[in-house]
Design a protein around this ligand. Sequence first.
Ligand code: CUA
Length: 167
Amino acid sequence: MHLHKFEKIWLAFGLGSLVLFLAIIGFAAFWKGAHPQSHIETIDPQNVEAHEAFKPENLGLREVADGKYTVNIVASAFNYDFGVDDDGKPVKKIRVPKGSTVLFQITTKDVIHGFQVAGTNVNMMVEPGHVSRLETVMKNTGEFTVVCNEYCGIGHHQMFATVEVYE
Ligand code: CUA
């Protein structure tokens, strides 16, 4: 069988890419220990209030230690529930000081939503039946918009909030 020169080049390129790809995956998995999440917490999406973090009175921002915060959120079509303020109005903005450690805990009552704090490394998928968690340090000041980045229906674009990091 005769192989054209370009066929040989592309075959080598293809094989090389495959080997490189497997090597990177292998390196990440076995040397770096990057495995899929194994301690996934499940929750009944019909009854998220049964979970301590998602009881109505526990939603929103809470300072758990000096400079450490937890934010509990229940997503649903088409809203992020951060609880209510002292006037009983839904909270749409949370404020934390610069340098604080913030743990976001979020779940959904209905369909898959996204939870992205644009301009930070916070970007999670929120799946019914699961609790999504991400802890981050808020290094930069500013107003960051929370957006849903999983298309969830007609009101998808109405799902937003704000995280303000102040000096
Ligand atoms: Cu919720 Cu898109």
